[in-house]
Each structure stands twice: as structure tokens, then as C-alpha cells.
Design a protein around this ligand. Sequence first.
Ligand code: UD1
Ligand code: CA
Length: 475
Amino acid sequence: MTDPRLAVVVLAAGQGTRMKSSRPKVLHRLAGLPIVAHVLATARELEPASVVVVVRHERNQVAEAIETALPHAIIVDQDDIPGTGRALEVALAALPEGFDGDVLVLNGDVPLLDVDTLRAFLAEHRNAATPATVMTAMLADPTGYGRILRDPDGHLARIVEQKDATEDERAVGEINAGVYALGVAGLRDHLAALTTENAQAEKYLTDLVAALRAAGSSVCAVPVSEAWLVEGINDRAQLSAAAAKLNSLIVRGWQLAGVTVQDPATTWIDLTVSIEPDVELLPGTQLQGATSVATGAVIGPDSTLVDCEVGVGAVVKRTDATLAVIGAGATVGPFAYLRPGTELAEGGKIGTFVETKNARIGARSKVPHLSYIGDTEVGEGSNIGAGTITANYDGVNKHRTVVGSAVRTGSHNVFVAPVRIGDGAYTGAGTVVRKDVPAGSLAINVAPQRNIAGWVAENRPGTDAAEAAAESGTE
Ligand code: UD1
Ligand code: CA
């Protein structure tokens, strides 16, 4: 149920200099989604009356990602004045007129915070009935974070940023998580009064704490139980650490839901993936995007599936597949490359060193070895010989190959598309199929073989071959 007294503000205007990236920091990906999308998903779960997101750096790109993740978010542009304090100031201006509830501020670069932690935090804030509550954490290495400075009696006094801190202050292990619950009343005036007199010449949101204290209000500091919840992403090392942590949570979730994961450390599963119980994931498996895996399937080792649908009991070994449908009981790999538009029906096989693209392969049909099958349709129960190539591209246009059901094609064929091979037809080894093959026919077009007796003795005298031929007693 919507909480009419709650607004969430997500700060996502910063450049993220420490990422050293042309991509805005909050658009780097974690478990298949941009960093900011994780924050927005959590924001949505809180069911606030409104979600405001502040943008500036690469504004259009970031706004597009926000609209995808949370279409009803209100996107607000930060102006030339830098800093998290300014960001919140412009966000407040976008709140519906007359809103007088609580504002929950989230940093767009802190993606692992979960909704339960936030709910508990908000409840503490509301119980304490103070104008502001700050989430804190104890970190083994607090470097880079704002430090929590408390009065001798333990009350929160102020927050000092790493760059402004003295050596003693930097020794403090309690950090500001960048999550705040704030009563909106009076907030605008305090934010307007913040200055940029600090090491970064920014309006620090964190200075709000000292300002509130100076005005005689008390501010609560509430520590979270586990530090990883609030770890921010400022550089690529923190990005990979957060990705690994999130992945371990996702893997554990699937394990508890009945999925066997042999090696959690090398199994990477996007948040957007769905997996049924009794699936087995072998080491080195990556499941990405809208991939779904049905019960009994075995994926891996060393397989990457992007936006794929895997049927009941299918086996997919050492495979790279994108936008492919793999039917129930089908087998794929080892060493298969399934490109978009591959549809392998029930009980079918795409085997070793086989590449497919726009290929519908019918039930129980097999492409077992060393083949390229593109722009192709194969009926049911057919077998495509080893080393078969569909020549689908004439240099200008792509053409289709249509193979019927119960077809047996020979090894090392080329199907020069457009071409059709009728039901139950056969082709000989080495056939270059340029014309349609009617149902039930055998197509052969290799020149008849000639054996020239004694050729080796005559043309390669004294070689191992000539000797072996002589010893065999036949010529
Ligand atoms: C901030 C806090 C720090 C805290 C840490 C927690 C301030 C001044 N410092 O530091 O105390 O320990 O988060 O992770 O708030 N942003 C804007 N507009 C801006 C600047 C930043 O929207 O002008 C956004 C960024 O996109 C980012 C968030 O605010 O999502 C935090 O900014 P960042 O520069 O990463 O702040 P930190 O130095 O990490
Ligand atoms: Ca940060």
C-alpha cells in the first residue's frame, strides 16, 4: 500500500570520476542491471508517494535508464551548483506541493541496500521523532567515506568528509552510509543555507547534520548490522566487490530454491533470470538477461546464456548462446555457438563446433558436428551430416535453406541457399546442393572416383608411402 507520507530521493547526478569511465557511474552494471536500477527497485518496494531522481552528468543516458527501471519516477536536473546538498535541494523543489512527510534520501551508487533494512531504518526515524536520521556502518576500511563524529555523550555531532578530515577524524571507523530520513518541514531553509566552503567546493548534504544540531535539533545515527549493505561504488574495484557480493546472494537464493550450483564463485546469475528447481549449474556458467531454465536441465561447465529459454531436462555444455530456445530434452555442445533466432525443438541436438543463427531445428533433429547452420529450417527427425555448411549469403542477400523431416544428409555438404531438401531425402558425402532435392531422392554431384593403380610407385619412388604400398603386396 502506498505510504502517502513518504517520498524517496535518489541522488544520481554525480560524474563518478573515480570510475575513470566514459559511461556514467550509475549506469555501470551489476547482475545485469544498471547500478541505479537496483536503487530504484528498492525504492519502489517501499511504495512511497513519489520517487524523485536527480540527474546531471550524461543526463539523457541516465534519464533513459531511470525511465526503463521506474517509469513513474520524477526526474529532476541539478544545476551548476555541485554537491549532494544541492542535489537534495533541487529534488525537494519537485515534490508535490503540500507534501509534509518524510524524505528518504538514497545515494544512486549504493545498490545493495535491501528494503527490509530501509523499512527498519524508516521506522526508527519515525519512532525517534527527530528531524533527521542518518544511517551509519562500521567499516574495516573506511577510506573515502564521510566519518561519523559523535559528542562525548554519543550523540551524532557532525559528519566530516574524507577530504576535509583531520588524521584523527580519519581514524574513525564509523561511516556515513549516504542514507538519510528527513522530515521535510524546515529542510528547505537548512539546505539553502549550506555553503560550499570545503575541500571539494560542493554543497555537502552531510553538513545538514551540524546545521540541525546548531539549530537545537538532535539527529539520530542508526548503524546497520552488516557493512556490505551500504558499500558504495566509486571505482571499479568496488564495482567488482559489490557484483561478487550480490551474485553470492543471488546464487544462494537459487540454491535455497532447489537449484544445484556446484561452484558459486564462478557461477554468475543476473537478477532477471528465472530457474526451476532441480536445475544443475556447473562451474563457469553465466546466465544473463531474460534467460529461463526449466527443471532438470544441466548447464555448463563454461557456458554463457543470454536471453535464452532452456526446456525441461536439456543439457547445455560449453556453449555460448544468445536469444536461443533450447527444447526439452535437447542437447547442446560441447563447444556450440547459438546465435539469435536459434530454436532447437524437443530432443534435438546441436553438437560439437556447431554455429547456428536463425535456425529452426525440429524435434529429434540433429546437427552433431562441425557445421554452420544459418537461415535454415529443419523438420523433425532429420540428421545433418558432419561438416555441413549452409551457404546462406550470396554476397548481397541472405537466403533460406529448408530441410524436411527424416532427412539424412551426407558429411561435408554445402547447401547453397535458397534450396529445399524434401522429406526423407538423402544426400551423398561431399555434395554441394545447388538444386532442390525432391522427397525420397538421393542427391549426389561429386565426380566419380578414379583410382590410378601404381601411381605412388611411379611418381613418389623411395618414399615411406611407396615402401608401405610395396610391403602390402597390393597396388
Ligand atoms: C557521499 C557522502 C559521504 C558518504 C558516502 C556514502 C556527501 C558530501 N558525502 O560521499 O559522507 O560516506 O556518500 O556512500 O554527501 N551526487 C549528486 N549530485 C552531486 C554530487 C553527487 O547527485 O552534485 C550523487 C552521486 O551521483 C552519487 C551520490 O550523490 O550517487 C553520492 O555522491 P558521491 O560523489 O559518490 O559521494 P561520496 O564521495 O561517495
Ligand atoms: Ca559514493
